[in-house]
Write a protein that binds this ligand. Structure first.
Ligand code: G3P
Ligand code: MG
Length: 242
C-alpha cells in the first residue's frame, strides 16, 4: 500500500506549510496531499480551513483577504514555537518543491463550502504550466469541481471524496465520473468495496495514523493511505511487509 503525507508531514510539522512539505519531500513515500483555497485577489493558497483562525495567529476568511494580507500572519507558532514565521504557501510554492522529486501530488479543491469562481481552472492551468498533468490526482468533496476537471482535462486523474459510507459505491463513482475514491477506513472496509476495487477503481483511505486497519485495508486491495505521520507509517510498513 502506498503512503501519502496528509497536508504534508502534518503530525510533526504545522499542516500545509512549506516546512511540512519539505519534510515529506525527503521521504521515500509515494505522494503528498494538500488543500487549496483562493484569496480575495485570486491567488491559490494551501490551507485546510475556509478561515485562518485555527492554523495562524490571525482571524478571518481566506476569501476576504489578499495574499499580501495573509502573509502578515504566522502559520507555524500555533503548532510549535520552532515553526514561528511559517507563512501561508501558494500552490505554486508547494508544487515547486516537488518539481525535483517523483512524488505523486494530490491536490484537494476545497470548494465544497465556499464556491470560489474560477479556482478549478486556475489549478488546471498551473498544473499544466508545470507539466505535472501525469503526476497529480485532483480530488474534492465538491463533485461539480471533479466534473469540471474531467470536462476540461479528461486525462487528469480525479478523486471523489466522501465522508460517509456509500450505498452503491461503484455506480456512484461511475456516475460522477471519477477515477478514484478517497474515503474513510470504515467505508473502505465495507464488503461492497471489494467489488469497486476489483472493477479497477483506485481507492485511497484517509486519515490513517495508527497501524490498526493497515492489514485489513491492504488485504482488500486499497491502493494508498493518507497519514499525518508518513515517516512512522513508512518505517512500520517497510518492516512488516506480509
Ligand atoms: O484528501 C483526504 C483528506 O484530506 C480529506 O479530508 O478534511 O483532511 O481535507 P480533509
Ligand atoms: Mg484534504
Amino acid at each position: 500500500m502506498k503512503i501519502y503525507a496528509h497536508r504534508g508531514s502534518s503530525g510533526t510539522h504545522p499542516e500545509n506549510t512549506i516546512a511540512a512539505f519539505l519534510d515529506a519531500a525527503k521521504l521515500p513515500i509515494h505522494g503528498i496531499e494538500l488543500d487549496v483555497h483562493m484569496t480575495k485577489d485570486g491567488e491559490l493558497v494551501v490551507i485546510h480551513d475556509e478561515k485562518i483562525d485555527r492554523t495562524s495567529n490571525g482571524k478571518g476568511f481566506v476569501q476576504d483577504m489578499t495574499l499580501a494580507e495573509l502573509r502578515n500572519y504566522d502559520f507555524g507558532s500555533w503548532f510549535s514555537f520552532k515553526f514561528k514565521g511559517e507563512l501561508i504557501p501558494t500552490l505554486y510554492e508547494v508544487l515547486e518543491i516537488y518539481l525535483g522529486t517523483t512524488h505523486h501530488l494530490n491536490i484537494e479543491l476545497k470548494s465544497d463550502v465556499i464556491n470560489y469562481p474560477g479556482m478549478t481552472e486556475k489549478v488546471l492551468d498551473l498544473v499544466g504550466n508545470l507539466n505535472l498533468d501525469t503526476r497529480v490526482v485532483i480530488s474534492s468533496f465538491n463533485l461539480d469541481a471533479i466534473r469540471t476537471v474531467k470536462e476540461l482535462a479528461p486525462h487528469i486523474e480525479t478523486g471523489a471524496l466522501f465522508m460517509k459510507p456509500l450505498k452503491n459505491p461503484l455506480d456512484y463513482v461511475r456516475s460522477i465520473p471519477a477515477d478514484a475514491l478517497h474515503i474513510k477506513a470504515r467505508a473502505a472496509l465495507r464488503p461492497s468495496m471489494r467489488q469497486v476495487i476489483n472493477e479497477g477503481v483506485i481507492v485511497r483511505v484517509f486519515t490513517i495514523n495508527t497501524i490498526k486497519y493497515l492489514s485489513a485495508l491492504k488485504e482488500i486491495g486499497v491502493d494508498a493511505i493518507f497519514t499525518d505521520y508518513p515517516e512512522r507509517l513508512y518505517e512500520y510498513m517497510a518492516n512488516n511487509k506480509n
